[in-house]
Design a protein around this ligand. Structure first.
Ligand code: PLP
Length: 376
């Protein structure tokens, strides 16, 4: 079976993890966490980056930091992973779902304004497939209404918007380093804090509500309980894995982009013939080739192609079940038909295998099977 995704593990990842084990410093905030944090700060030109146990937890931390409370509202797409909504709901907020732009599958920034109420506390754009959202417009709307922008950049590590990295464009940005992501550590995430006023509290919340982080940095001689908090720091063993991945940043990026470009070129004719719609990357944006997807003309054709690929040992997959039509979405008062672009595209999307070790033979097999199925 050609898997949908597979992490790229080389001798470098193994070397760093073994080194960490040999050093016997395997709890959080050790040498590798420091090292990978510096890589992020330098590469992404940011001042504050906290490695976390997942993107889910980075989102939860951001909800703590902006003081989300019962009754607040957070505007987000319905076409996203459950964590985008859960992070804010755990603090008592209500997710307000908006439809997506059919070209990018990102939240339709032109519909945000009409959803803003006195209860709106934040907008949470999700950079779907690693293609950045319309951040100028989202930030302008947020500034006008004095609300926060928390980027769910789980999929967009390394993508840029007008020269700046996704995740560094709002008040805070959240990354995922889950096994399925471009740069992975098994389970893990990161929080970018663009407004430095939130850094000290973030370090405390991440360390069970204590100022242990200041103690480790030698800023205080003992640490105590300062605030509420939880345990959001990953083992240094996992940071060692991510350090190797980030040192291979360009190599991983270029290999993924190469596969993405080959798919995109191969399916041009299908798009010209009206048989598929290929991904769209807006001007001024670069993407990180996190996902290659096709939009099929109907759910029936999508399912037929999905089965055809699966029967030929290729793990092609669909994606999110829109949150507004999930069981929980129903409890929030949403129903089928509320967000029509989201519902239609969720039914018609197909994602293809994309990972560093996907070889040319496998790639050609996938492309040929798709062209044959759709054309003949
Ligand atoms: C948009 C989005 N947000 C959040 C997450 C959660 O990431 P993690 O598994 O690191 O918690 C994902 C995971 O796929 C995601 O796609």
């Amino acid at each position: 079976m050609i898997p949908y995704s597979s992490p790229s593990i080389t001798s470098l990842e193994i070397e760093y993890v073994v080194d960490c084990l040999k050093n016997k410093r395997i709890s959080g905030d050790g040498e590798y966490t420091k090292r990978v944090t510096e890589i992020f700060k330098k590469k992404f030109n940011i001042n504050n980056f906290l490695l976390t146990t997942s993107c889910t937890h980075a989102l939860e931390l951001s909800a703590f930091l902006i003081d989300i409370r019962k009754g607040d509202e957070v505007i987000m797409p319905s076409y996203t992973f459950v964590s985008t909504a859960n992070a804010f709901m755990l603090r008592g907020a209500r997710p307000v779902f908006v439809d997506i732009d059919p070209l990018t599958l990102n939240m339709d920034s032109t519909t945000i304004e009409e959803h803003i109420t006195p209860k709106t506390k934040a907008i949470c754009p999700v950079h779907y497939a690693g293609v950045p959202c319309e951040m100028d417009s989202i930030n302008a709307t947020a500034a006008e209404h004095d609300i926060f922008v928390i980027e769910d950049a789980a999929q967009a590590v390394g993508s840029t918007y007008h020269g700046k990295y996704a995740g560094t464009l709002g008040d805070m940005g959240c990354y995922s380093f889950h096994e399925t992501k471009n740069y992975c550590m098994g389970e893990g995430g990161g929080l970018v804090i663009n407004d430095p006023r939130y850094l000290e509290r973030a370090e405390i919340l991440r360390e069970k509500g204590t100022n242990r982080s200041q103690f480790i940095q030698g800023l205080v001689d003992k640490y105590t309980w300062h605030d509420i908090g939880s345990s959001y720091l990953p083992s240094d063993l996992l940071a060692a894995l991510l350090t190797a991945q980030m040192e291979r940043f360009e190599e991983i990026m270029s290999k993924r982009l190469n596969i993405w470009d080959i798919y995109n070129e191969a399916f041009k004719e299908l798009e010209d013939d009206g048989l598929v719609i290929r991904p769209h990357v807006p001007n001024g944006c670069t993407h990180n080739a996190h996902i290659y997807y096709l939009i099929l003309p109907s759910e029936e054709i999508r399912n037929g192609l999905l089965n055809h690929l699966n029967n030929n040992n290729i793990q092609a997959v669909f994606h999110y079940m829109p949150l507004h039509i999930s069981t929980m979405g129903g409890k929030l008062g949403y129903k089928k038909g509320d967000l029509q672009v989201t519902e239609q595209l969720a039914n018609n999307i197909l994602r293809l295998p994309i990972f560093v070790d996907l070889d040319d033979k496998e790639l050609i097999k996938i492309i040929d099977l798709i062209i044959q199925f759709l054309k003949y």
